[in-house]
Design a protein around this ligand. Structure first.
Ligand code: CMX
Ligand code: CO
Length: 166
């Protein structure tokens, strides 16, 4: 695996990783993707949002919303002016796995720790993510090729239970 450094070289462990929050998939056609995951896999749409900061329309799907062990899938349709994601779509032939998101209790402290360990955390301060969450990212070149999102879910969010445990 081609990581910049192996974890043993980085000398740190991220405390309180709550688990996977969602998997992000970039798509060129939201409706077609929703139909696929709903009709074939039984996922349900649980949230829709235009994130103006990230320049995406997004749809969150879940297999068993709010239940222990449920999984979330985030479909992302880039705005026309989102050059980076448009480039990604072209490169992946119209869509593909874009990022894996992990839930943390405190995205600022998680970002600080990871940065101190030498990986490129993209934003100096967390930005607005889905459903009022706070997010940051680790560059895919420092993770072995997968864009990594950190998510601190909003307090009071009915969906903000611990990741993967309800
Ligand atoms: N996963 C893996 N690799 C990726 C990637 C991704 N999502 N996006 C780009 N890359 C790779 C490219 O393949 C390319 O690799 P090579 O140099 O080997 O060809 C390299 O990174 C550079 O590609 P690029 O098109 O020039 O991409 P940029 O460097 O301009 O942007 C990144 C990459 C990670 C900085 C940018 O995608 C970013 O800022 N991401 C964070 C924001 C985001 O993704 N928002 C959407 C999701 C919002 C949400 O989840 O709520
Ligand atoms: Co995401």
């Amino acid at each position: 695996m081609s990581m910049t450094r192996m974890p043993s070289d980085l000398g740190g462990v991220l405390p309180e990783l709550l688990g996977l929050d969602h998997v992000g998939v970039a798509v060129a056609d939201l409706d077609a993707a929703i139909t696929f995951y709903r009709d074939l896999l039984g996922f349900q749409v649980v949230h829709r949002e235009d994130n103006l900061d990230q320049q995406v329309s997004e749809v969150m799907l879940s297999n068993r919303e709010g239940e222990p062990g449920s999984n979330q899938l985030q479909l992302l349709l880039p705005f026309a002016e989102n050059a980076v994601l448009q480039r990604f779509l072209v490169r992946r032939g119209g869509g593909g796995l874009h990022h894996v998101a992990y839930a943390v209790p405190d995205v600022r402290s998680a970002s600080r720790i990871l940065r101190q360990c030498g990986v490129r955390v993209l934003y100096d301060a967390p930005r607005a993510g889905t459903r009022g969450s706070q997010i940051n990212f680790v560059h895919p070149k420092d993770t072995g090729g997968v864009l990594l999102e950190l998510v601190e879910r909003a307090t009071g969010d009915p969906h903000s239970g611990r990741a993967n445990s309800g």
